[in-house]
Design a protein around this ligand. Structure first.
Ligand code: HEM
Ligand SMILES: [Cu+2]
Length: 581
């Protein structure tokens, strides 16, 4: 692409690369303090804003989980630092925890943070196609965060209707008492969607139109492919949900009866509209998480990604199939059993491309020169932990088996095993890997390894017992285990899960220390500390405003490691053939 395709006004003239030691994140500021930190249109600053906001929301979401877990383990005591947890409060806690983790952590961190930072850098572009839209996206997102958090403090408290906001509970104030909480929840989520639609349009346009000369679609790093497919999925799935939310709002405030059987409506309609969006949304989160892993495994195995084209096709197939599985969430809602069978089949079908991708990841490791850096540990851990989410998904996806485990803790275990790997393992893998590029400093490896092993262990201590709870019939969203006599002897499993959560939280301390300490004390990172091939490693750490001094030219795919007949075991995408490194 020539510079003429860049839709922004001309950037600063190229400057000499700043010496890395002085290269704080901000020396490239084109203007003053406010325009750098608050109203920057630079994709790298917006990425950091998204990343930090998402991490703050993760702390809140994690603390809410901690309160729930303490209450479940010690139901007859007040939770230290929080107080009593009555039923309505418990429902608000699960709702806000689920909503925050999915919409306000996973998406901002994986798409807003890593997508924004990496897409332009990986394709050799100077910025996103629409930098001001990008800035608008972040600010809209921030407003949505504030509305959501504000809803804790309104009369009646935050929405208790679950992250799925099913009517009738969500549609009628009398059922929950949350007169303000639910409309604010709808407003916050709607604004968040606006923010990510703006981001998605940017991601798609940028990845397709602003690629460096020579970079074919099949030269794109997997991360860019995965972000692209995720953005398209989001774009196509969000409409029905917005329609569903508008009808819900009308039922609440205008007295319509779209979801009210008494008025000729049907609550099932909402479930269809919600899950038509909700299931693709799982892949909006999973795919960028897989993209991060796909970048890291080849670098620390010094091998090409196994079956690059196969993984691209599998990703596209996953994207398409994700639109025809939604009713597997509704097997017990009274849908026609023949329909249930059809959705069981499509659900089993989608596990094929996902399994192919996982297979490609494992095959990438086969006989590699593996270096277990913290980034690599989290990348491998992502695959290992996701395995349990994947295989139990087949059980939930088969109507006959799902009827038995539906709405039990088995499902809670399943979706945490499916979501924590792309959200937290990929997030950490990505931070250990790209932090040097983002901040110009290296993270401490020892702290990183402690962080990994503690997290890996305690994720399993927290969530593995929940499979057992679920198989014994423990219902999910149950605020007080004492209400069912048969749950009493399952208490040790609840206790184990809570101890696991405490361990998990404590093992995030090394990460926080590392993240902030290394900004100051970390070893100075060079351009390419991992000897990686993709274009972001050809520019200074952190990259200056405008990223590239000239326009890079791309000669090959992203994963040419240990190419036969070459001395160096890597071959950057922009090095002309025959030229030494
Ligand atoms: C820090 C570790 C985490 C712990 C200890 C935890 C714990 C919990 C607990 C106790 C519940 C309520 C279960 C119930 O009563 O039904 C829950 C629900 C949920 N969690 Fe997590 N969680 C964690 C991380 C995550 C992550 C990373 C995500 C997603 C990215 C997530 C998504 C959800 C969702 C969607 C729900 C369902 C909310 C609902 O039923 O409406 N959680 N979690
Ligand atoms: Cu689903």
């Amino acid at each position: 692409m020539s510079e003429a395709t860049i839709l922004e006004p001309p950037l600063d003239p190229p400057r000499a690369a700043p010496p890395a030691a002085h290269a704080g994140a901000h020396d490239d500021a084109p203007h003053g303090f406010w325009s750098t930190y608050f109203f920057s249109t630079d994709h790298k600053h917006i990425a950091k804003q998204y990343l930090l906001t998402g991490l703050c929301m993760a702390v809140i979401g994690g603390l809410l989980a901690h309160v729930m877990r303490m209450h479940l383990a010690f139901p007859d005591r007040a939770v230290p630092g929080f107080g009593e947890v009555p039923a309505g409060t418990y429902n608000a806690l699960i709702t806000m925890h689920g909503t925050i983790m999915i919409f306000f952590v996973a998406m901002p961190v994986l798409l807003g943070g890593f997508g924004n930072f990496l897409i332009p850098l990986m394709i050799g572009a100077r910025d996103m196609a629409f930098p001001r839209l990008n800035m608008m996206s972040y600010w809209t997102f921030l407003v949505s965060c504030l509305i959501l958090l504000g809803s804790f403090f309104v009369p009646g408290g935050a929405s208790p209707a679950g992250w799925t906001a099913y009517p009738p509970l969500s549609a009628n104030v009398a059922y929950s008492g949350a007169a303000w909480g639910v409309p604010l929840w709808i407003a916050a989520v709607a604004l968040e969607f606006v923010a990510f639609l703006m981001g998605g349009i940017n991601f798609i346009t940028t990845a397709i139109n602003l690629r460096a000369p020579g970079m074919k679609m099949f030269d794109l790093p997997m991360m860019v492919w995965m972000q692209l497919v995720a953005s398209v999925i989001f774009l196509f799935s969000v409409g029905p949900l917005v329609a569903g939310a508008v009808l819900l709002l009308l039922d609440r405030v205008a007295g319509t009866g779209f979801y009210n059987p008494g008025a000729g409506g049907d609550p099932l309609l909402y479930q269809h509209l919600f899950w038509f969006f909700g299931h693709p949304e799982v892949y909006v989160i999973l795919l960028p998480g897989l993209g991060i892993v796909a970048e890291i495994l080849p670098v620390f195995a010094r091998k090409p990604l196994f079956g690059y084209r196969m993984v691209v096709y599998a990703t596209l197939a996953t994207g398409v199939l994700s639109f025809i599985v939604w009713a597997h969430h509704q097997f017990v809602s009274g849908i026609d059993p023949r329909l249930a069978s059809a959705f069981s089949i499509t659900t089993i079908l989608i596990s094929v491309p996902v399994a192919i991708t996982m297979f490609a990841f494992v095959a990438t490791l086969w006989r590699g020169a593996i270096e277990l850096k913290a980034a690599m540990l989290f990348a491998i851990g992502m695959v290992g932990v996701f395995f349990w989410g994947g295989v139990t998904g087949i059980i939930n996806g088969s109507a006959a088996a799902d009827i038995y485990v539906h709405d039990t803790y088995f499902v809670v275990a399943h979706f945490h095993y499916a979501l924590i790997p792309p959200v937290f393992f990929s997030l950490f893998a990505g931070i250990y890997y790209w932090y040097p590029k983002m901040f110009g400093r290296m993270l401490n490896e020892t702290l990183g390894k402690i962080h990994f092993w503690g997290t890996f262990l305690f994720v399993n201590v927290t969530f593995m017992p929940m499979f057992g709870l679920g198989l014994r019939g423990y219902p999910r969203r149950t605020f007080d285990p004492r209400v069912f006599a048969h749950l009493g002897d399952l208490h040790p499993l609840q206790l184990a899960a809570t101890l696991g959560t405490i361990g998990l939280l404590l093992f995030q301390i090394p990460f926080v220390l590392n993240f902030f300490g290394s900004l100051r004390f970390g070893a100075v990172a060079g351009k390419n500390p991992w000897r990686a091939n993709t274009l972001e490693w050809t520019v200074p750490s952190p990259p200056g405003h405008g990223n590239f001094e000239g326009t890079p030219v791309v000669y090959r795919g992203p994963y040419e490691y240990s190419a036969p007949g070459r001395d160096a075991d890597w071959f950057p995408q922009d090095v002309a053939p025959g030229r030494p490194l």
